[in-house]
Write a protein that binds this ligand. Structure first.
Ligand SMILES: [Zn+2]
Length: 93
């Protein structure tokens, strides 16, 4: 009786230990996404983008560190105003 109880306790401790391996991969920050965009060129007007990523809440978007919801990420070409989402620029979710 005593042993069974102790064994169960040990099992519970092991399970909760496994559940919390806390070092999950962190999502990039907006600045890190901006760095990925830097140097890319608008395919419409050949202007290279200024790295200013705009964003709003969107379930189909990208995970961004510091936001509880996924964010739709895009940049607007400063010359032709075309909106490029980061997926079109080859930056995958
Ligand atoms: Zn453009």
């Amino acid at each position: 009786m005593k042993n069974t109880k102790r064994d169960r306790l040990i099992t519970e401790i092991n399970l909760s230990g496994d559940g919390k391996c806390g070092l999950a991969k962190q999502a990039p920050t907006l600045e890190e996404y901006a760095d990925l965009v830097k140097g890319k060129i608008c395919r419409w007007c050949r202007t290279s983008f200024r790295a200013r990523v705009e964003h709003y809440d969107h379930a189909g978007g990208w995970e961004v560190r510091g936001f509880s919801q996924k964010q739709w990420l895009y940049i607007r070409c400063q010359k032709c105003s075309y909106q490029w989402n980061l997926g079109k620029l080859g930056i995958h979710r």
